[in-house]
Design a protein around this ligand. Structure first.
Ligand code: PRP
Length: 216
C-alpha cells in the first residue's frame, strides 16, 4: 500500500501538528526536535512525515510530493496554492493586521507605502479597499519599516502584540484571523481516499478534544 506523505512546516507548527497527529493515532516515535532528520515514518508504517520550510508546504502538497500538509493560514493566503483546505486545526492562532504608528491615518488621497513579508496579502487587502499602494517585500523585522521611514504601515502577524508594543506601533486594521490548517492534494483525496479521510476525521476529533497548546 502506498504511504500517505504528510508535509509539516518545520518549527512550532510541526511540534504542535506532531502532538495532534499522535492524538489521532499517528505516532512518530523516532522524531526528536533537536535532530536534523527530515523524513520520518509512523509506527504503523502507513504515514511518512517530511519537514519543510513553512512557505514550501503548499507547493509540496499542490504538486503531490506530499498528500497532506499542515501550515499556517498566512502562508496559504500568500502562496495561493491549488489544494483543498479541509480543516482548521485551531492552533497557532494569531491575526494578520495592518500596523503603524499610533497617529497614522490611512488616506485615499496618496499612494500608501506598505512593508510586508506577505506582499500578495497586503496588495489584495488594499486593492479591495480601493487604496492605491506600493508593497515593499521584506524578510523579517518588518516593524522597523514604519519607524525608520521605509514604509507608512506594515501588514504582519500579531500574536501577543509584544513586538508592536516594544516598537511603539499599534494595530490599525485587522486583515484576517490566522491558525494552522490541514491541506490535501486534490488527486490524493481521490486515490488515497480511505486513509486520508480517516486521518482528517481523527484530527477533527482531536481538535474538538482540545488544543495541544494554546500558544503558537
Ligand atoms: C513574527 C511577526 C511579528 C511577531 C509577532 O515575527 O512577523 O514580528 O512575530 O509576534 P508578537 O505579536 O507575539 O510579538 P517572527 O518572530 O517570525 O520574526 P521576524 O521578525 O524574523 O519575522
Amino acid at each position: 500500500m502506498d504511504k500517505v506523505k504528510v508535509a509539516l512546516a518545520k518549527g512550532r507548527t510541526a511540534e504542535e501538528a506532531i502532538k495532534m497527529l499522535a492524538m489521532a493515532g499517528v505516532e512518530f516515535m523516532d522524531y526528536n526536535k533537536n535532530s536534523r532528520k527530515l523524513i520520518f515514518t509512523d509506527t504503523t508504517g502507513a504515514v511518512e512525515m517530511i519537514l519543510v520550510k513553512s512557505g514550501d508546504v503548499p507547493i509540496y502538497v499542490e504538486k503531490g510530493a506530499a498528500d497532506i500538509g499542515v501550515v499556517g493560514k498566512d502562508v496559504l493566503l500568500e502562496e495561493e496554492a491549488d489544494v483543498f483546505e479541509v480543516l482548521n486545526l485551531n492552533f497557532g492562532k494569531c491575526r494578520m493586521c495592518v500596523c503603524g504608528r499610533k497617529d497614522f491615518e490611512l488616506s485615499f488621497n496618496r499612494k500608501l507605502i506598505v512593508a510586508s513579508k506577505y506582499p500578495k496579502i497586503a496588495k489584495n487587502y488594499f486593492d479591495l479597499k480601493g487604496i492605491h499602494c506600493e508593497v515593499i517585500r521584506l524578510n523579517g523585522s518588518v516593524e522597523l519599516a514604519p519607524i525608520i521611514g521605509l514604509a507608512d504601515v506594515i501588514v504582519d502577524i500579531v500574536e501577543s502584540g509584544k513586538t508592536l508594543k516594544e516598537n511603539h506601533l499599534e494595530v490599525l486594521q485587522e486583515v484576517s484571523d490566522i491558525s494552522a490548517r490541514l491541506i490535501v492534494n486534490k488527486v490524493s483525496l481521490k486515490t488515497k481516499s480511505t486513509i486520508i479521510k480517516n486521518i482528517i476525521q481523527k484530527l477533527e476529533e482531536a481538535t474538538l478534544k482540545g488544543e495541544p497548546n494554546e500558544n503558537r
